[in-house]
Design a protein around this ligand. Sequence first.
Ligand code: ADP
Ligand code: MG
Length: 398
Amino acid sequence: MNIHEYQAKALLKSYGAPVADGVAILTKDEVDAAVAKLPGPLYVVKSQIHAGGRGKGKFKELGPDAKGGVRLAKSADEVKAFVDEMLGNTLVTKQTGPAGKQVNRLYIEDGADIDRELYCSLLVDRTVGRVAFVVSTEGGMDIETVAEETPEKIVTVAIDPDTGVTASDVKTLCEALKLEGDAAKDAERLFPILYKAFVEKDMSLLEINPLIVMENGRLRVLDAKCSFDGNALFRHDDVRALRDTTEEDAKEIEASKYDLAYVALDGNIGCMVNGAGLAMATMDIIKLYGAEPANFLDVGGGASKEKVTAAFKIITADPAVKGILVNIFGGIMRCDVIAEGVIAAVKEVGLKVPLVVRLEGTNVELGKKIINESGLNVISADDLDDAAQKIVSAVKEA
Ligand code: ADP
Ligand code: MG
């Protein structure tokens, strides 16, 4: 689960991280009160969407010459003018895709005098099984570009869970970021704070880009992206309360209600599969035969008929879906349950696109019988290869 920048900053502030004063607003009426709370005279108006690259982003409605999604304002009047322009409009950034995202919240923040912009993130480094800091002096820009062009400028420091962030870790990080004096002192406090917040809140990613050295030599968290491990959300009511479903895919929200592992994708073949590995293989083989999957969907091991019905409805509700492939290996899952779920869903929502079903495993004969006797127009397939070829050609012919 992701949260907005202003929420991430409030969280980090509660741990003692140096964060600027700021106020989030949802409507234009709140601007005056927000500005009155800030020291001025420099303000920054920041679009709050769950995507990065906002500074260089463009508003769809405002044309190519208008300013981006993060704007520096030199007076309260300028803040107001920016809020008028930005709120409610659609911001397109490198990370939103061409459709962009509507800006429903703005964060008005105290402007900082920046000397240097650094990059600092924490993530779970699976190769060493530890939380690791990834830092670079090249902050403010795309870290992917830095990784590609100047990988030597990225330094990774994995933290031993037994000790937490040690003095030696801090020294390595400060050297990598060329931090001295007050900035190094701030860093000595900041790095353990970030690590503590990351571990305590079960984050999967905390990215501060940029972390800045201000002209007065002090450090400040200027941007914050924070993602949480969905499997640990049950023990963090405070984090769950920060969820903004307007930022999420409606189909994914619906799927999460039924505990389905679902990710929307750009293709046109809807997939209903059990098991993450089989789901990945199904997506791969669809691509191999020249088409693109519309989603990743793992209905799970012990899915009920209701769950299968919900899954099928989510797939058919997507107008981009031009064909559906049901690929089930019945181990714990029984093929007859899948068959009943599919039929129940089709009866409810209808079937306007070709459907290929491949069943194998427990109760496979019963499953096939249920489908064959249902009178539905289902193309049956014998194995994964056969199934993928059949759905790809059915979609191409349609
Ligand atoms: P994004 O990464 O989505 O583009 P950032 O929060 O990183 O958004 O902002 C983009 C740039 O805007 C930063 O790299 C920084 O140069 C500038 N900026 C952001 N917030 C402030 C601030 N409070 N004061 C001064 N400059 C800022
Ligand atoms: Mg940024």
